[in-house]
Design a protein around this ligand. Structure first.
Ligand code: NDP
Ligand code: BG6
Length: 486
């Protein structure tokens, strides 16, 4: 991979969960790959009053399990040499002095401000950076999701950040867009002619997008209480995946060409009426059960969760896209915590053959489907039927492996690695534009409002199951079922 330009990355929230699990490991991997120039610097900032040495020790101990076999002491030393630590309260203007002195006056040097803190601080940090004169022409800001908790709050944050950074400098991250199979789906759709004629209502019966996690809220109960699965996952990750599946071919891969097409999809989503919310959404909350053979507590027993909480840890939605291409094709989205396995996949179910010349037995086999899997493995498979060798004309399900992992032996980048490098290089294609984000909030808001106004509780599901029974019923009403393919 090509070397990056010299950069300074200021990591606000440098001691936090995201920084330790994803951001610092991603930067380490790039140092290991030799793409980070010698003079580049990582300036971590957080409240904890740590010395540089104490921060580096904390970072090494905490990041190491996330690096696995890729950890080695020499590379870590080379990585650590680029890191400094700034104990500061981001709300106090005076504390930006030391940061400014360290950054110095380098108008042409790439400067990335990564806001890995609560979004409540994004406006304040932007104001202080602006007042301290630290935002240069070559500066970028990366903001984490979810941005706000509804349309109004997201607008306020976007306005505040936008007072100091131009839209071309704002990188709204959605790490699902950085996953390799998602990129591969773009390549499959827009680099080949084969699928395009079939990528429409005449050939596609339904689309299913699942992001299931075995994890619970992992000590982030406080954060999750104000968020829930709809805001944490569906408003951003699942809707972005839906856009990648449903968008029209863009005229080029330029950031705005791609984002214009995604925006059109979001604006074409059939809005929810209160009656629709009852009929087309399911919310659930896990109760105690077992995941991977180990007993786990229910959501309300987790630290930081209010007794009687109505926060959803599972959501399933039937989305409809009101365009000529997709009219009548249901897009089913589901995501949940404490599911039986970690699974993230997009399933395109093509229609069955119009007339079964090999007998009814071939109907209903799980053929004619494309499965793009992001987790646990990264793969892309086209499921078909083929004749079983032998006398009889017996058909058997087979699949074509389309991920070419045999052809391409290069190391696969973690989503955050790719996106951080893109932010440093100034490539916006895989980042979300403000109007997309607002369209996504606009679409989910009636669901949030309807749930908030309702006396109903989320439906309980046992930890280690695939969510409440109502989730299966959502599909069975259309004569369909969630994919259970391996
Ligand atoms: P954490 O609560 O783990 O970390 C928050 C960070 O902010 C800590 O480093 C904390 O420093 C710092 N901080 C808090 N208050 C201040 C302050 N007044 N001044 C300076 N620093 C402060 O949060 P996460 O890392 O989990 O999340 C960060 C962001 O990323 C959030 O916007 C979240 O929604 C988003 N996100 C997180 C994901 C994850 O997997 N964790 C996934 C996707 C998005 P300290 O406590 O040391 O003082
Ligand atoms: C984050 C959510 O955006 O995505 C977390 O805030 C979730 O709650 C995580 O666990 C899942 O990401 P991945 O890449 O592990 O599927």
């Amino acid at each position: 991979m090509k070397t990056l330009p010299d950069f300074d990355m200021v990591l606000f929230g440098g001691t936090g969960d995201l920084a330790m699990r994803k951001l610092l490991p991603a930067l380490y991997q790039q140092v290991r790959a030799g793409t980070v120039p010698q003079g580049s610097r990582i300036l971590a900032a957080a409240r904890k009053p740590l010395s540089r040495e104490a921060f580096l020790e904390l970072a090494e101990t905490t990041c190491r399990p996330f690096l696995g076999a890729d950890y080695d002491a020499d590379t870590w030393r080379a990585f650590a040499a680029r890191i400094s630590y700034f104990p500061m309260d981001v709300q106090a203007g005076a504390s930006y002095g030391a940061l400014g002195a360290a950054l110095g006056l380098h108008p042409d040097r790439v400067r990335v401000f990564y806001y890995s803190t609560s979004p409540d601080f994004f406006a304040t940090i932007s104001d202080h950076l602006g007042a301290a004169g630290l935002i240069t022409e070559a500066s970028r800001v990366v903001v984490e999701k979810p941005l706000g908790h509804d349309l109004d709050s997201s607008r306020e944050i976007n306005d505040a950040v936008g007072r100091h950074f131009a839209e071309r400098q704002i990188f709204r991250i959605d790490h699902y867009l950085g996953k390799e199979p998602v990129q591969n789906l773009l390549a499959l759709r827009f680099g080949n002619v084969l699928f395009e004629p079939m990528w429409r209502r005449e050939w596609v019966q339904d689309v299913q997008i699942t992001v299931a996690e075995q994890l619970g809220v992992e000590g982030r109960g406080d954060f999750y209480e104000g968020t829930g699965a709809l805001r944490d996952m569906l408003q951003n990750h699942l809707l972005q995946l839906l856009c990648i599946v449903a968008m029209e071919p863009p005229p080029s891969s330029d950031p705005d060409a791609v984002r214009d097409e995604k925006l059109k999809v979001l604006r074409s989503l059939k809005p929810f009426t209160p009656a629709d919310v009852a009929a087309r959404t399911v919310r659930g909350q896990y109760k105690a059960g077992a995941v991977a053979g180990a007993p786990v507590a229910g959501y309300v027993e987790e630290p930081g969760v209010a007794p009687g909480s109505r926060t959803e840890t599972f959501v399933a939605v039937k989305a409809e896209i009101e365009t000529w291409r997709w009219a009548g094709v249901p897009f089913f989205l589901r995501t949940g915590k404490r599911m039986p396995e970690k699974l993230a996949e997009i399933v395109i179910n093509f229609r069955q053959v119009p007339h079964a010349i090999f007998g009814e037995a071939t109907q209903g086999t799980r053929s004619n489907r494309l499965i793009i899997r992001m987790q646990p493995d990264e793969s892309m498979r086209l499921h078909l039927v083929a004749k079983q060798p032998g006398d009889a004309m017996a058909l058997h399900p087979v699949h074509l492996n389309l991920d070419f992992s045999e052809s391409f032996r290069a190391r696969r980048l973690e989503a955050y690695e790719r996106l951080l490098m893109d932010a440093i290089r100034g490539r916006l294609t895989l980042f979300v534009r403000r109007d997309e984000q607002e369209a996504a909030w606009r679409w989910v808001e009636p669901i949030l409002e309807s749930w908030a106004a309702s006396e109903d509780r989320p439906k309980a599901y046992t930890a280690g199951s695939w969510g409440p029974a109502a989730s299966s019923a959502l599909l069975s009403r259309d004569g369909l079922a969630w994919n259970e393919e391996d």
